[in-house]
Design a protein around this ligand. Structure first.
Ligand SMILES: [Mg+2]
Length: 434
């Protein structure tokens, strides 16, 4: 039985709905719809001009419709008159295949056909900045090793507490909050769930953090590397695969580090496609200043510099912290909530289908000993290299289809060109006297 949003509005006192979608560049876009019109919108969708968002469309294209998913409804904890809804994009009576939530749903369908459900948890790091400049908001937050600093954490209790209370109210089961490894950086953890739920929550979390921060006079940023000398914003993702009956198929008490053979094949798929999937996991010019970065003030970047996996060792791209799951540490704060999940699932399913062998686990400190490894595969060092790998990647094209890959690469290459044709101060400093 489909949820009747008009009735929900009456029951919960919701006066307006934000019918929302995330475009290919991860921008959250919405229409604010009064409750009186929600019944119609629930059936037919809210109309948008697709070209006005980051989607591969033209001004001549017909209206695109965002059809809300009633299961995704979130009543804003800071304004209960408003209900937020994730939605799927449709055009000409068909889903828009080159749109992030549809891309993820296609991979979920593919997994379900094979009897799998992917569950994930994301660790979205962010900085609290001063409202009008790129500077940490807390001038006393200057420790060289600021991770878990109680004083700095509690100086921002008003923001952290409000966001955590909101997650409790929403039933996300948050369980810890901390000051992270960079000055001004925080992380809040809530329970893992089905990957579509996690993706919707990830999109909402970014909106919520930015909004609550703004209400307290700060600016929150998930930018991958806003400060060259400080640890960047990661979005580490914990992954497991389950069957329909609630059994974790990654768990095997007798398997190496508690992972099953299936888990290692899935992991092998991630290892196989990681360099190409960087186009989704690390989707901005700035992303590549986080991975393979130089040592930060705190002594570590906490981001991977090559394609490797390990046990409970945070210097590798994949960490196996515990039985029954692994952590992919590649994604950053700019990763599109839906495309990041879709990339993991597509690469992992390919690993299962083609029995990809992840190779040997490495137990070394990659930050100090990684350079000695001659044959290890490296991550792309800029967005252009990642896009070129993604463009010709067979796994991506087979999973996502040409329509999505072509659209994504086209728009992102335009973005790369805009960056690459901008003259920087560095060029003048190094070339003016050439
Ligand atoms: Mg962290």
């Amino acid at each position: 039985m489909t949820v009747d949003l008009a009735r929900v509005a009456e029951d919960k006192g919701i006066r307006y709905f934000l019918i929302s979608f995330v475009d290919l560049f991860g921008v959250l876009r919405s229409k604010l719809v009064p409750a009186r019109a929600i019944a119609e919108m629930q059936a037919d969708g809210a109309g948008f001009a697709g070209f006005a968002a980051w989607l591969d469309m033209t001004p001549a294209d017909p209206d695109m419709f965002a059809i809300p998913d009633p299961d995704s409804l979130i009543q804003l904890p800071w304004n209960r008159e408003v209900g937020w809804l994730a939605s799927d994009l449709w055009m000409n009576g068909a889903p828009v295949e080159a749109s992030p939530r549809i891309v993820l749903k296609r991979q979920i369908e593919r997994a379900e056909a094979a009897g799998y459900r992917m569950k994930t948890g994301v660790e979205c790091e962010y900085f609290l900045l001063a409202p009008d400049e790129v500077a940490v908001s807390d001038s006393r937050d200057i420790q060289e090793k600021p991770c878990y600093d109680q004083a700095a954490l509690m100086r921002r209790f008003d923001v952290i507490g409000e966001i955590c209370d909101a997650m409790i109210e929403l039933g996300w089961n948050p369980y810890q909050n901390d000051h992270e490894d960079a000055n001004g950086q925080f992380e809040m953890n809530w329970e893992y769930d089905d990957c579509l739920i996690t993706a919707d929550r990830h999109a909402f979390f970014k909106f919520m953090v930015k909004t609550v921060a703004e209400r307290h006079g700060y600016r929150a940023t998930f930018m991958p590397k806003p400060f060259p000398n400080l640890t960047g914003n990661g979005c580490h993702t914990h992954v497991s695969l389950w069957d329909g009956g609630g059994t974790n198929l990654f768990h095997d008490g007798n398997g190496e580090l508690g992972l099953s053979a299936l888990a290692y094949r899935f992991l092998g798929g991630i290892v196989h496609s990681a360099d190409a999937m960087c186009a989704l996991f690390n989707p901005t010019v700035n992303s590549y200043k986080r991975i393979d970065a130089t040592v930060t003030l705190s002594g570590a970047t906490w981001s991977p510099n090559a394609i490797s996996y390990s046990g409970n060792n945070r210097t590798h791209m994949i960490r196996i912290p515990d039985a029954g799951r692994f952590e992919l540490r590649l994604m950053d704060g700019a990763a599109n909530p839906y495309l990041a999940q879709a990339g993991v699932l597509a690469a992992g399913l390919d690993g299962i289908e083609n029995e990809r062998d992840p190779g040997k686990r490495l137990d070394i400190n990659m930050y100090t000993e990684g350079d000695r490894l001659r044959r290890i595969r490296r991550l792309p060092l800029n967005l252009l290299d990642a896009l070129r790998l993604f463009d010709r990647n067979k796994v991506a094209r087979a999973a996502f289809g040409d329509e999505f890959v072509d659209s994504y690469v086209k728009l992102k290459l335009d973005e790369w060109r805009s960056y690459a044709t901008t003259l920087s101060q560095w060029e003048f400093d190094h070339t003016l006297d050439a």
